[in-house]
Write a protein that binds this ligand. Structure first.
Ligand SMILES: Cc1ncc(COP(=O)(O)O)c(C=O)c1O
Length: 401
């Protein structure tokens, strides 16, 4: 008797490598102790939230114990929080937006799912550059959408704009970009973003002439503040009226468990008001109802704060040193907090297994739609990165022997 749907049981079977990794990691930690395992598989931001979070939470707490202090809020978010977000996003996107264009969400994930619920019909395609965040396929798949991945250009994983252009067809409903990127750390240049925006504009002009629904450019930006080596992340809103931006406070202030994010619709988009109303409806009816109210207030109080980025930068440099000394190739990530490194052998599962023997946990590139690579997260202490050095070297030697 199948207790769950066919679709979900297929997804569970397909994700068995994640489970294998997770179970193996737990087994290793149980046998050898947490400290003996170098776990680079998780993207859970471990750098503490900004110190100002404490006072902000105390203030929130002192106002909470009154009628509706913790009650439902409007489905689009707490009005003063949306106002603050509009000012913040206007600066960030170099475009004037007001509160009516911003909806607070249950993390970046919740924002994306609400959007897909609002715009995806069965068999619509969501076009993305591979490697990509593995959950995208599930998010659009819930509503019958299909993720179509186009391999990025190596070695630095810039999107292949020409190949993306060729892949656009009448079923393409969303072109989804993610910069700084998980898993590669690539920050898309303004030049590349302009080309992508031009593609979307050209396609929409054609659809306006010949009929058809719009193609959206959706920018997933939970890592926007994680930009190193003097890099900046160009804003997307000025580039095309068909753009939407979503993001969250999961990484920027280490608020991942509190689930607060946002969705911003370009005010210049034809039909923007209808899209916003649809997003309010889908946020409500998907069961989220509204973004968590404590988290919204906390995020609004901390809009000018970030986690200590120098901690991530220093880990990034150390990881680069450790991987290089083991002879592992990778493009130096300019953003986010991951490394997407080349496996020394074509079948990266062999390398992943050799690393497991060294009690080093990583994620396979296959999981991000890009075999032959591994992803390492730098949301771990420098001590662990340094300790893994010899293990990396031995694993490389063994797979190459
Ligand atoms: C690229 C990308 N998008 C979206 C998310 C979801 O983030 P959130 O915790 O804000 O829902 C993540 C989380 O790791 C991510 O890496």
């Amino acid at each position: 008797m199948n207790i769950v749907t066919d679709e979900i049981s297929t997804s569970m079977a397909a994700g068995s490598w994640i489970r294998k990794m997770f179970e193996k990691g737990r087994e290793l930690k149980n046998t050898f102790g947490e400290d003996a395992v170098c776990d680079f598989s998780l993207g859970n931001p471990d750098v503490p939230p900004p110190f100002a979070a404490k006072a902000a939470l105390e203030e929130i707490a002192s106002n909470a114990v009154k009628p509706l202090g913790l009650g439902y809020c409007p489905n689009a978010g707490i009005p003063y929080v949306r106002e603050a977000m509009a000012a913040y996003l206007s600066r960030q996107q170099q475009t004037s937006v007001d509160a009516s264009h911003v909806i607070m969400s249950v993390g970046a994930a919740g924002a994306m799912v609400s959007f897909f619920r609002a715009v995806i019909e069965k068999d619509d395609e969501v076009l993305v550059s591979a490697p990509y965040f593995v959950e995208y396929g599930f998010y659009c798949g819930h509503f019958g959408g299909k993720l179509r991945a186009i391999p990025a250009l190596t070695p630095d994983f810039t999107p292949d704009v020409e190949a993306l252009a060729k892949a656009i067809n009448p079923k393409t409903r969303v072109l989804l970009i993610n910069s700084p990127n998980n898993p590669t750390g690539c920050i898309y240049s303004e030049e590349v973003l302009k080309k992508i925006a031009a593609l979307v504009d050209a396609e929409n002009e054609r659809r306006e002439r010949e009929g058809g629904r719009p193609l959206f450019l959706l920018s997933d930006e939970p890592y926007r503040i994680f930009a190193f080596d003097g890099c900046t992340v160009p804003p997307i809103l000025p580039l095309t009226k068909w753009s939407c931006v979503l993001g969250s406070f999961s990484k920027s202030i280490s608020l991942a468990g509190e689930r607060v994010g946002y969705f911003l619709v370009n005010p210049a988009m034809p039909g923007a008001e209808t899209l916003i109303s649809a997003l309010i409806l889908t946020t409500r009816t998907l069961g989220s109802v509204n973004a968590p109210v404590i988290g919204q207030r906390l995020a609004a109080a901390l809009l000018d704060e970030t986690v200590d980025l120098s901690v991530y930068d220093s880990r990034r440099r150390l990881m680069a040193k450790v991987l290089s000394s083991a002879g592992i190739e990778f493009p130096m990530p300019k953003g986010a907090f991951y490394f997407f490194a080349k496996s020394p052998v074509e079948d990266e599962m062999k390398f992943v297994d050799a690393l497991l023997e060294e009690k080093i946990l990583v994620v396979t590139g296959k999981g991000f739609g890009f075999p032959g690579y591994i992803r390492l997260s730098c949301s771990v202490d420098e001590k662990i990165i340094a300790r893994a050095e010899n293990g990396f070297k031995r694993a490389v030697e063994r797979v190459l022997a």
